[in-house]
Design a protein around this ligand. Structure first.
Ligand code: 5GP
Length: 226
């Protein structure tokens, strides 16, 4: 009897582990979205080996991607099964808008950048947003708040030497959006450069929510915006 009980307990435990494993690796399982906008001059500043194709990077925040994410590991899921990118599903009207909001600021191949983002991230939430909706929704998110303008109105403008604290930069964005964004930085020697501002959205990508400060810019050294 005791033997049967312990075998049964083992079986239940094994099944639970198996289910946990399936749920953590399974495609299309995510909790929320990260909508990531980047500051192109920072991309180009840290690309030393292959400089950006455009010698004068854009001076406004552009889209990096819309990433379905898990609270336990915000870099997952990625590279899920699902429909491969199909350029014909981006209408000429939307394409024209995305060329401004979502350019490839590194090598200038916009379509290939969109393809990479859809295939790596978009496909993981295809049950919520199909390819057309994914790009349309991202465009609408980009239009909903102009980060460049929000920061400019708070006198946070590119400057070669001035620095800001994490909360100096978050505060005006939080005031404008009523939600907490996440800041991501790139390290360039001893300088911490502002690189990305992340907005978080709930599962359906409709309602903006507060982001958790799980990763991103450090408190020290102070943040440069150049
Ligand atoms: P993720 O794959 O997580 O969406 O983003 C990481 C990759 O996106 C990095 O390899 C980064 O270089 C790339 N990335 C970010 N911005 C751009 C861009 O404007 N153009 C291209 N081609 N890649 C980009």
């Amino acid at each position: 009897m005791g033997m049967l009980k312990s075998s049964l307990a083992f079986l239940v435990l094994a099944l639970a582990f198996f289910l946990c494993f399936i749920m953590s690796t399974g495609d299309g399982s995510y909790d929320y979205f990260q909508f990531v906008q980047q500051w192109p001059p920072t991309n180009c500043r840290v690309r030393i080996k292959r400089p950006c194709s455009n010698p004068r990077p854009l001076q406004y925040f552009t889209i990096h991607g819309l990433w379905p994410s898990n609270y336990s590991n915000p870099t997952k899921p990625s590279n899920c099964n699902g429909s491969q990118f199909d350029g014909r599903k981006v209408s000429p009207q939307l394409r024209a808008k995305l060329k401004r909001s979502w350019p490839d600021v590194e090598s200038g191949n916009d379509t290939r950048f969109w393809e990479g983002e859809w295939n790596k991230h978009g496909r993981c939430s295809e049950q919520t947003l199909n390819q057309m909706q994914y790009f349309e929704r991202s465009q609408n998110m980009w239009r909903s708040y102009n980060i460049t303008e929000i920061l400019r109105n708070a006198s946070i403008v590119p400057h070669p030497t001035q620095t800001w604290t994490y909360s100096d930069i978050v505060s005006p964005i939080k005031k404008a959006t009523k939600r907490t964004p996440l800041l991501r930085c790139k390290q360039d020697k001893k300088t911490q450069l502002l690189h990305e501002v992340v907005f978080c959205y709930e599962y359906n990508a409709l309602k903006q929510i507060d982001c958790n400060r799980t990763a991103g810019c450090q408190n020290q050294p102070a943040i440069s915006f150049q």
